[in-house]
Design a protein. Structure first.
Length: 416
C-alpha cells in the first residue's frame, strides 16, 4: 500500500496585521510599561499630597462644623451658611502662616458681609447694587489699612451676600461671618499647622538646587561646553530668590510657635531652620563665583584638573544627601564626616594650576564651610573641621558685578 502520511495538525495562526496595526502594537509594547510606572508614581505623589494636607482638611472640617453648631444651635440662626464659609475661607487662605494674617482674613470677611448685609437690607439686590457693594466693601477695607488678602475677601464676601443669599434676616449673615472667623482664629491659634514643615522642605529644596548647580558645573567643565556653564550660572543666580521665600516661611513659623501654646516646643527646631539662611546665602554666593570661573576657564581654554572637577561632583553628592536629611525633619549632621574628608582632599594643589582652577578650588573649600554650618555648626566650629591649606583667597561678599568676576586675590595661608 502506498505510504499515506498524515499531515501535521493545523495551528491557530494569528491573522496578519496591517502596517498601522503593527505600528500601534509596537507603540503599546514600548510605552505600556512607562505608562504603568508613571501611573504608580502619580498615585504615590497624590497619596503623599493627601497625607501632607490631612491635618489642614481635618482642621477645616472640624472648624466648619463647630462654626455651624455655634451659629445655628447656640445663637439660633436657622441657616448659618456664612459661619462655616468664613471659617474655611480664613483657614484656607492663611494656612500655615501668621496669626495676624488669619485675623486679616477674618476682618476682611466680616467687613464684606457687613457692607453687603446693610446695603441689600436698604436697597435690595441686583447688578448695580453688586458693583456698588463691592466697591464700598473694598474701599472700607483699604481705609482700615488692609492688605491685599483682607481687601479681596471684603469684596468676595460682599458678592456672596448680595447675589447668593436672600435679603431676609438682616445682619444675621454678618453675625455668622464673625462667629466663623472667631472659630477659625481659635483653630489657627490652638491647633496651627506645623510651623516647621514648609520652611524645612524649602530649605531642603535650596540645598538640592545647590547640588544640581554643582553637577551641571562639573559636567560643563568635563565636556568643555560653554552653553552648559552659562545655563548653570543662570540657575545659580535664580536660586538666590529662594532665600527670600525661606526668610518669609521662617518668619511665619516663628510667629506661629510664639502665638500657639501647643507649638512652643517647636521653637528650637524652627529657629534652627531660620539660622540656615546665613550659611545658605554664603553657599549660593560661593557657588555662583565657582560657576562663573568655570565659564571663564572654558572660554579661555584653561584645563581644570580632574581632581578639582571631582571635588565639585563629590560636593554635589554630599549636598543631595544633606537635602534628604533636611526633608526628614532634622539637620544633616551625618554629612559632617564626608564634608571633612572632602575638605582634606581640597588641600592638595595640582601642579601648575591656572587662575580659574585655583579660584574654583578655593570656592569649593568655602562652600564646604558653608555646608558644615548648615549641619548646625557655628562658623568657628566649621572652620575647625577644615584642614589648613594654601590657596587663593578673596572676599566674595565684595563682589557685585556678575560680568567682572576676577576679584582681588593673594596667596595666603588660610583655614577654610
Amino acid at each position: 500500500m502506498p505510504d499515506v502520511s498524515v499531515p501535521p495538525p493545523l495551528r491557530d495562526t494569528p491573522p496578519s496585521r496591517s502596517p498601522i496595526e503593527r505600528a500601534w502594537h509596537g507603540l503599546a509594547v514600548e510605552f505600556a510599561p512607562r505608562v504603568a510606572r508613571r501611573s504608580a508614581s502619580s498615585l504615590q505623589v497624590r497619596g503623599q499630597r493627601l497625607r501632607n494636607r490631612a491635618f489642614f482638611i481635618l482642621q477645616c472640617a472640624i472648624s466648619a462644623g463647630v462654626a455651624w453648631f455655634i451659629a445655628g444651635n447656640l445663637i439660633g440662626n436657622p441657616e448659618p451658611i456664612f459661619a462655616p464659609i468664613a471659617a474655611v475661607v480664613a483657614l484656607g487662605q492663611s494656612y500655615g502662616q501668621r496669626i495676624e494674617r488669619v485675623l486679616q482674613i477674618v476682618v476682611g470677611v466680616a467687613v464684606g458681609v457687613l457692607v453687603g448685609d446693610l446695603f441689600i437690607h436698604v436697597f435690595g439686590s441686583g447688578f448695580v447694587q453688586l458693583a456698588f457693594v463691592v466697591a464700598v466693601a473694598m474701599a472700607l477695607a483699604t481705609l482700615l489699612d488692609a492688605g491685599v488678602l483682607m481687601t479681596t475677601q471684603a469684596g468676595v464676601q460682599a458678592i456672596f451676600v448680595t447675589m447668593l443669599v436672600p435679603t431676609d434676616g438682616a445682619f444675621s449673615r454678618w453675625t455668622d461671618a464673625v462667629i466663623g472667623g472667631i472659630v477659625a482664629l481659635a483653630a489657627a491659634t490652638i491647633t496651627p499647622a506645623s510651623p516647621l514643615r514648609k520652611p524645612r522642605r524649602h530649605a531642603s529644596g535650596i540645598v538640592n538646587e545647590i547640588a544640581d548647580v554643582l553637577t551641571e558645573s562639573a559636567t560643563a567643565l568635563r565636556t568643555r561646553n560653554i552653553d552648559d556653564a552659562d545655563a548653570a550660572l543662570d540657575r545659580a543666580r535664580a536660586s538666590e530668590k529662594a532665600l527670600t521665600t525661606l526668610q518669609n516661611l521662617a518668619d511665619d513659623g516663628l510667629a506661629v510657635v510664639r502665638s500657639s501654646p501647643f507649638r512652643r516646643g517647636h521653637l528650637p527646631a524652627v529657629q534652627a531652620i531660620a539660622d540656615l539662611l546665613t550659611p545658605l546665602d554664603r553657599a549660593i554666593r560661593n557657588i555662583r563665583v565657582l560657576v562663573r570661573r568655570a565659564g571663564v576657564a572654558i572660554r579661555e581654554g584653561e584645563e581644570v584638573p580632574k581632581a578639582y572637577i571631582d571635588l565639585i561632583d563629590d560636593l554635589s553628592a554630599i549636598a543631595h544627601a544633606m537635602a534628604d536629611e533636611l526633608a526628614e525633619r532634622h539637620l544633616p549632621q551625618k554629612a559632617r564626616a564626608d564634608l571633612r574628608d572632602l575638605g582634606e582632599r581640597s588641600t592638595y594643589v595640582s601642579d601648575h594650576p591656572g587662575l580659574s582652577s585655583e579660584v574654583i578650588r578655593a570656592q569649593v573649600r568655602s562652600a564646604i564651610v558653608d555646608l558644615l554650618m548648615v549641619t548646625g555648626l557655628t562658623h568657628e566650629e566649621a572652620l575647625s573641621y577644615m584642614p589648613v591649606a594654601y590657596s587663593l583667597e578673596h572676599d566674595h561678599d565684595d563682589e557685585v558685578d556678575d560680568d567682572d568676576d576676577v576679584p582681588t586675590q593673594d596667596l595666603t595661608r588660610r583655614d577654610q
